[in-house]
Design a protein around this ligand. Sequence first.
Ligand SMILES: [Cu+2]
Length: 122
Amino acid sequence: MPPIKKLLLAAGAISLAFAGQAIAHAHLKSAVPAADGTVKTAPSELDLTFSEGLNLKFSGIKVTGPDKAAVKTGKGMLMNKDTTLMVPVTDKLSAGKYTVEWHALSTDGHKTNGTYSFTVSP
Ligand SMILES: [Cu+2]
């Protein structure tokens, strides 16, 4: 077998292995306000519920608002058997679109991250 073909096979096997593992990691299952959702009242906290328990020390969110301005958030805490990350929002959110960048370390030691947005209607 030519070396390049061996390499491609190995790469394929590795990506398959990762794809299989990814199912067991902490994925964002739901959020309040919901991902891609619109709320009429500015939220005073964000709740992110994951498929697995999290390690609080290495999990968190970064929120940015319209004009890419950083939104002040408080200290997060875990609920629901450590699967829900609750983060208080210190700033009063005005109308606009907000982006939540999250990162999580699940109790099985795997890191995941993602981004979603929600909108506060005027
Ligand atoms: Cu995992």
